[in-house]
Design a protein around this ligand. Structure first.
Ligand SMILES: C[S@@+](CC[C@H](N)C(=O)[O-])C[C@H]1O[C@@H](n2cnc3c(N)ncnc32)[C@H](O)[C@@H]1O
Length: 230
């Protein structure tokens, strides 16, 4: 498939990010007008491929809200986010105050700014909520958290070709256009990384079975599936 020239890093730290695997993943992705990622996470595959259009989905509403704002208001968003990356804001008490502010806020712009701040200042870039939906990752104690300005601008530019949605993968796949390529969860070169959609309903039930195996056995599925072509 068409690769993007240089390897690009995501602006978020994200558990399960595929940055180290993008070279291998690229080799398995066929050409198409559209790449669909039902579980976009930090977007390493999106950032390191070159499709004319993308449909990027994640069930995490804070993540998708952040992506929408980086796409639509890059300059003001990046400038405002930068003010949260100072020596003063890199202290446990300030972190806990800003975390509380995030948890109490229902303003999309404020939540997105604070979500990015929490991602870079919290422990290990974890994204974890308690049962009441409150973000509860402890302070990360990093010397000088990195502000990913170049990565944010790169994402914003590329996002002009992307549509974002916040839904479960089942909902998303039922609307997958015929001929689109779908990338999801696989890990090694031996496993399949993408499918061409021929029938959204069949695909959706297939994916559900694969994920069922994945979550039940708590490991990656090792079957090598064949390309679905038509
Ligand atoms: C391992 S990450 C994806 C990593 C991504 N490929 C990358 O390179 O950064 C998995 C993502 O799936 C999302 N997710 C989990 N369950 C989901 C569901 N049922 N529907 C849609 N997204 C889901 C999580 O919020 C998380 O962001």
């Amino acid at each position: 498939m068409v690769k993007s020239r240089q390897k690009s890093r995501a602006f978020l730290k994200w558990a399960g990010g595929k940055y180290n695997l993008v070279d291998a993943i690229q080799q398995h992705l066929p050409d198409s007008d559209t790449l669909i990622e039902p579980f976009v996470g930090a977007g390493s595959v999106f950032l390191n491929t070159d499709y004319p259009s993308y449909k990027l989905n994640d069930i995490n509403a804070d993540l998708i809200n952040l992506y929408q704002l980086v796409k639509t208001q890059p300059d003001s968003f990046i400038a405002d986010a930068k003010t949260l990356f100072t020596q003063l804001t890199n202290q446990r008490e300030v972190y806990l105050r800003l975390r509380q502010q995030f948890n109490l806020s229902d303003d999309a712009y404020e939540r997105a700014l604070l979500f990015l701040y929490l991602n870079r200042h919290g422990y290990n870039g974890l994204c974890r909520y308690n049962l009441s939906g409150k973000f509860n990752v402890p302070f990360g104690s990093y010397k000088k958290p990195y502000f990913p300005q170049a990565e944010l601008y790169f994402f914003a530019e590329k996002a002009q070709r992307a549509e974002f949605s916040c839904a479960s993968y089942q909902q998303l796949m039922l609307q997958a256009p015929v001929g689109a390529v779908v990338y999801c969860l696989y890990r090694t070169k031996k496993e399949l990384f993408a499918w061409v959609v021929d029938n959204a309903l069949i695909f959706e039930s297939f994916l559900r079975k694969v994920l069922f195996t994945f979550t039940r056995k708590r490991r990656f599925v090792n079957h090598a599936y064949k390309w679905r072509t038509y």
